[in-house]
Design a protein around this ligand. Structure first.
Ligand code: BGC
Length: 763
């Protein structure tokens, strides 16, 4: 009896203590984050600091669930006893990247392939980009992901970077404004973004180790500025550090970059994650403020040991965990969102098509070749006419349901496509495809040499068709840079354009070249042959439909170049230093062109370009007039107004560009820099629109390395309003009476080896 009593008493105490314990275990969302962290074991802490890997990438021994959505890029660790759920992270910039045929599920899960970032930037339309973001974010939400690993906003420093298609521009204002619009659009769905790759991830060759040596001025003005704008204007939930080193240190291990600049100066409130397996030293990454290591697992032991041996302060870990948990608290999965697996794909198809049409750039249109007049029969040359390249390879790829081809789209729109040519190219594509391995199946045709045609094969088409289209395709993706031979057209391609042009011109018929490419190519050695050139970019699953709408005049092109097309590769300011040194296996890449990237270089050093930054033709003409500055003297801000009128015969949209020419008193500056851009609405013939730009003190500022500050120099400033960087239509001036420091920032990120930036005085 007594014994029983004791037993019951013990049971009561033990049981009640246990019950008390359970009810007292802090729960994420109900209790303070700091209490949840305090309740974690060291092991739980370490596990939460890194992802669970991806299917096949890690092999957790303890039965953890490593995949929540097939095709996801990664997952964070869940701790159910503390109410902590996993967050699903998915790529990428051109649309959601997940598997379309999920294992164990009997439905398909296609995602919309939107135009690549470069094509989106060519719209110069931030409202449109925000709408694309809304649609993309809806797919993220409805397919059960929590965060899209996008946008990617690195600078097009050199045309050969294999990932340029994922990035917006050679100009940080465009990259920043487009990126911020994309973040706002995606996050309006209640899902996160990860702005990547922070920073200066402009080279894919040896990307996991390369050290980019960049002056502090070039970093601040060119490579960090876009990120600064996105953080301040978009408030992304997360930022992804990059693979490369900057000035000696891995970005993910660099406190000055991730904490001093990103958090202290720019007031970033969110979480930082590493790029997949980026960096080398987990302790350094934690100390730097790189909160989450992705895809994770492999550094668990290293970090646990460091924590146990007090090599890393637990407070640092707790700080990083706080940011991870703050992120998780916002995610749809934590909040129990019942995702439908049914995003509105039909609506997104239209968003994608609209963006594609606005992102295409008309480079040449001699004698109004375009839009087509009296064209019913078309001859389509080039393999890419029969396989549209919707986007690039790697994590920026999307598993879409279809990508309409140019021949299909012509037929859908009532044109007749030359059948003998179609047969010839389809046979060629079949033959090439048969050589494919599992790894290269999807892209073997894009990377294969063009079919070489006999002159007779071209001549036989001319009587039955009114126009010839030659499509040139290029593809690329992460992990590799392009080479100069990919930049140039091959002899076969040039011969094809030349022969088709000769034959069609002899019959008094026109030739249009369509460029279905992801990055800049050579144009100056073949562009005289065809009558018109349409730069279609890689514009998603609807790209071919969009381009046929432009060719037939249903839509008036309004895209402009967000980068320069050089005359030759040798003209590119970083041609001699890309990818780095030694060239065959680069260790360092010295950015000795400094701030002179893209048009900043070509304009200042008077180097002619094939097509300048900001260039693009329309089927109508616009007149610019009536420029008005809010004052003649700059006092903290300034507004600039002007009127744009459609003086042609076709309705159209115009991109208006504002460049500033600043005085060179103490430090030299590029001859002009883009400080604003705007797109009109669709203006009918004769219709006008007033455009307003605002400049603030930062718009005038250059970065002074010695004092580590943004400074507005006194003197006369010239406001140049242009239809491109070379086609300046209106000019006005204002003065700044005295030199002013706009912002003083930290003296950080010194180059680890001497770098002498290009200068007008030392050419
Ligand atoms: C890429 C990132 C991508 C990540 C996850 C990396 O290789 O650089 O852009 O988000 O993989 O797929």
């Amino acid at each position: 009896m007594k014994k029983n009593h004791v037993f019951i008493l013990l049971l009561f105490i033990f049981g009640s203590t246990n019950a008390q314990n359970t009810s007292q275990i802090p729960q994420l969302g109900k209790d303070k984050v700091e209490n949840v962290i305090a309740a974690m074991t060291l092991q739980e802490k370490v596990y939460l600091l890194m992802g669970l890997g991806d299917n096949g990438w890690s092999n957790p021994s303890n039965g953890e669930k490593t995949v929540l959505i097939d095709g996801e890029a990664g997952l964070t660790w869940a701790i159910p006893r503390l109410g902590i759920t996993s967050a699903v992270l998915t790529d990428g910039p051109a649309g959601l990247r997940i598997d379309s045929h999920p294992k164990d599920l009997n439905f398909t899960r296609y995602c919309t392939a939107f135009p690549t970032a470069t094509a989106l930037a060519s719209t110069w339309n931030t409202e449109l980009v925000e709408n694309v973001g809304k649609a993309m974010g809806n797919e993220v939400h409805e397919y059960g992901s929590d965060c899209l690993l996008a946008p990617a906003i690195n600078i097009h420093r050199n045309p050969l970077c294999g990932r340029n298609f994922e990035y917006y521009s050679e100009d940080p204002l465009i990259a920043g404004k487009m990126g911020a619009a994309m973040v706002r659009g995606i996050q309006s769905n209640g899902v996160g973004t990860s702005v990547k790759h922070f920073a200066a991830n402009n080279i894919e060759t040896n990307r996991n180790s390369i050290n980019e040596v960049i002056s502090q001025r070039a970093l601040r003005e060119i490579y960090l500025r876009g990120f600064e704008l996105v953080v301040k204007e978009g408030q992304p939930w997360t930022v992804m550090s990059s693979y490369n080193r900057i000035n000696g240190f891995y970005t993910s291990e660099n406190y000055d970059l991730i904490t001093t600049i990103l958090r202290d100066e720019w007031k970033f409130q969110g979480m930082v994650m590493s790029d997949w397996w980026g960096g080398a030293d987990a302790v350094a990454q934690m100390n730097a403020g790189n909160d989450l290591l992705m895809p994770g697992c492999s550094q668990r032991e290293e970090l646990l040991k460091a924590l146990k041996n007090k090599i890393i302060d637990e407070k640092v870990i707790d700080r990083n965990l706080t940011r991870i948990l703050t992120f998780i608290l916002k995610t749809p999965r934590y909040n129990g969102y019942p995702f439908s697996n049914k995003p509105d794909l039909a609506a997104h198809q239209l968003v994608s098509k609209n963006a594609a049409t606005e992102g295409m750039v008309l480079l040449k249109n001699d004698k109004n070749t375009l839009p087509f007049k009296n064209v019913k029969n078309v001859a389509l040359f080039g393999k890419t006419s029969y396989r549209y390249i919707a986007g690039g390879t790697g994590s920026g790829e999307v598993n879409y349901q279809y990508a309409t081809t140019i021949n299909e789209s012509f037929e859908k729109n009532g044109f007749k496509v030359s059948k003998p040519l179609e047969k010839l190219y389809k046979q060629f594509i079949d033959t090439v495809s048969k050589k494919a391995t599992n790894e290269n199946r999807k892209f073997i045709v894009d990377f294969h040499a063009e079919l070489s045609l006999q002159k007779e094969q071209i001549t036989s088409q001319v009587n039955n068709t009114e126009v010839a289209i030659v499509t040139i395709g290029r593809n690329a993706g992460e992990g590799n840079d392009r080479n100069v031979s990919d930049f140039s057209l091959t002899d076969t391609e040039k011969q094809l354009i030349h022969d088709v042009s000769t034959v069609y011109h002899a019959a008094n018929k026109k030739v249009v070249v369509v460029l279905n490419i992801g990055g800049v190519i050579a144009t100056s050695d073949w562009r005289d042959d065809p009558d018109a050139i349409l730069l279609a970019w890689q514009t998603g699953q609807e790209g071919a439909n969009a381009l046929v709408d432009i060719l037939r005049g249903k839509v008036n092109p309004s895209g402009k170049l967000p980068m320069s097309f050089p005359m030759t590769y040798g003209d590119v300011p970083s041609a001699k230093t890309f990818p780095g040194e030694p060239a065959n296996n680069p260790v360092n890449a010295v950015y000795n062109e400094g701030i002179y990237v893209g048009y900043r270089f070509y304009d200042t050093f008077k180097v002619p370009t094939a097509y300048e930054f900001g260039y693009g033709l329309s089927y109508t003409q616009f007149q610019y007039s009536n420029i008005q500055l809010s004052s003649k003297e700059f006092r903290n801000e300034m507004s600039i107004k002007l009127t744009v009128k459609n003086t042609g015969k076709t309705a159209g949209k115009e991109t208006v560009e504002l460049y500033l020419h600043a005085p060179n008193v103490e430090i030299e500056k590029p001859v002009q820099e883009l400080k604003g851009f705007a797109k009109t609405s669709l203006l009918k013939p004769g219709e006008s629109q007033e455009i307003t730009f605002k400049l603030d003190a930062r718009s005038l500022a250059s970065f002074w390395t010695n004092s580590s500050s943004w400074v507005d120099e006194k003197g006369e400033y010239e406001v140049r309003i242009g239809a491109s960087s070379k086609d300046i239509r209106l000019i006005s001036t204002f003065t700044l009476p005295k030199t002013e420091t706009v912002e003083k920032v930290h003296q950080v990120l010194y180059p680890n080896r001497p770098v002498v930036d290009l200068s007008v005085s030392i050419k």
